[in-house]
Design a protein around this ligand. Structure first.
Ligand SMILES: C[S@@+](CC[C@H](N)C(=O)[O-])C[C@H]1O[C@@H](n2cnc3c(N)ncnc32)[C@H](O)[C@@H]1O
Length: 204
């Protein structure tokens, strides 16, 4: 049923979840994982990067570390989440917006990154196509998605909350978006089941 794969519900969920988000997130999203996400974008020092679903700025922090605040543009649906990221990185550009209708011209950025947001998008294929559209030819699109759990009960529970795609589904979405040189890794925080997420990237 994927209860939270609905923009209005996701937005209200995060309005309240934002109060404890920074405490909970590190249990599921380790420093190693966010480094891998940003490694997958093949950034240069002056790359212009857009981040979709930036939340309170966990991944933003790693992108900023590589390219500097001024080169980062970040989008999120939930102001209560984004306000925390704005406080952390006042020189970055923040916009309230929807992953499936990005408010940018074609080929505006050298890379686009989205970690842990696709599971709330009603149309993930459209979101990936939007990321590809706003990325320059030769640039990379990177997604971190929660992977469909291997066990039956965990899978049924997970699927009742939001989207947990298989790695194959992610690869298919990337191919359908015209992305090339697709690479991925299945990983997770060390104390959890090992393949909690898939990190995938492709070239425009
Ligand atoms: C798990 S949190 C943020 C993860 C964040 N990237 C990080 O590194 O911690 C997911 C975020 O996606 C945002 N979101 C959900 N649906 C969205 C959409 N359609 N467009 C943009 N942002 C969305 C939520 O508001 C939330 O802040």
């Amino acid at each position: 049923m994927e209860f939270l794969k609905d923009k209005k519900r996701a937005r209200y969920f995060y309005k309240y979840f934002s109060k404890i988000y920074d405490f909970v997130n590190p249990f599921f999203y380790s420093d190693e994982m966010r480094k891998t996400v940003v490694d997958f974008a093949d950034l240069k020092k002056d790359s212009k990067v857009v981040e979709i679903g930036c939340g309170t700025g966990f991944t933003t922090a790693e992108i900023v570390r590589r390219v500097g605040e001024e080169n980062v543009t970040a989008v999120d649906l939930t102001p209560e989440q984004m306000i925390k990221a704005i406080k952390r990185f006042p020189k970055a550009n923040f916009l309230r917006g929807d992953a499936e209708n990005l408010p940018f011209r074609d080929a505006s950025f050298d890379a686009s990154i989205s970690a842990g947001s696709i599971e709330y998008w009603p149309n993930p294929q459209r979101g990936i196509e939007e990321m590809a559209r706003v990325t320059k030819p030769g640039g990379r699109v990177v997604i971190l998605a929660p992977r469909k759990p291997d066990g039956y009960i965990a899978r049924k529970f997970a699927e009742s909350i939001m989207l947990f795609p298989t790695t194959d589904e992610c690869v298919e979405w990337f191919k359908n978006a015209g992305l090339k040189e697709i690479k991925y890794v299945e990983t997770g925080p060390y104390f959890f089941w090992s393949k909690l997420v898939v990190i995938i990237s492709g070239v425009v």
